[in-house]
Design a protein around this ligand. Structure first.
Ligand code: NI
Length: 213
């Protein structure tokens, strides 16, 4: 990441963390009774998605320029994070956590694909995504698309995102508010669980390992 002024650093925390709970609220709302709880084997940071309608089909463009759909990933687990490459702090931290979790899984990670989906396609084009994901993990897949494609996948995964208030029209240097969760998607394409921002890579790896069987 290029260095950013301190003010941007501070704003970035707000921009990313400040909305981190929005999706939890949505998930809880759809979960029904408040007695519903996380699975007994849940690791710290894991958020139950039981009863929530999350995820779905998508077709996007990967960081090599290839068009890919959700069905191309069937048979493998995905660790997906939604964010943007210019994010000053939270996105890099979460993507590092995913990369570390992949490494912790060792050979079992062959069945797990780390995926970064941008919510800022205007700036995160294929070339920028290629450069960005390479900085985190050689196996990380970066996905971008048209504004409509990104809006659709974000809606399906209930990812809140918008340019930070006060962004001047036409500005190229802006922050994006967005939810911060790591999604674990199963080999059937269904969302298995979520991890809150800040979940330890060891916990993510343990939760994935438990599902790999
Ligand atoms: Ni971010």
């Amino acid at each position: 990441m290029t260095s950013r002024p301190i003010l941007y650093f501070a704003l970035g925390v707000v921009a990313c963390v400040g909305v981190a709970w929005a999706l939890v609220a949505v998930v809880k709302d759809r979960r029904g009774p408040v007695t519903a709880s996380a699975p007994a084997d849940a690791v710290p940071g894991e958020v139950s998605v039981a009863g929530a309608e999350l995820g779905g089909p998508f077709t996007l463009t990967d960081h090599t320029g290839r068009r890919v759909s959700d069905t191309d990933f069937r048979g493998r687990f995905l660790l997906i994070y939604f964010g943007y490459a210019y994010c000053p702090d939270v996105c890099p931290t979460e993507l590092q956590a995913i990369a570390r979790a992949i490494d912790l899984l060792g050979p079992a990670a062959d069945r797990v694909v780390p995926v970064f989906i941008t919510v800022d396609p205007a700036r995160d084009d294929v070339a920028h995504m290629a450069e960005y994901v390479r900085a985190f993990h050689p196996r990380m897949v970066g996905l971008t698309g048209s504004e409509a494609e990104i809006a659709a996948v974000a809606k399906a995964y209930k990812v809140y995102h918008r340019k930070a208030p006060g962004t001047a029209p036409g500005a190229r240097d802006y922050l994006v508010d967005h939810t911060s969760f790591i999604y674990l998607v199963g080999p059937d394409g269904k969302v298995v669980t979520l991890f809150r921002g800040g979940t330890a890579p060891e916990a993510v790896a343990a939760a994935v390992r438990a599902r790999l069987g």
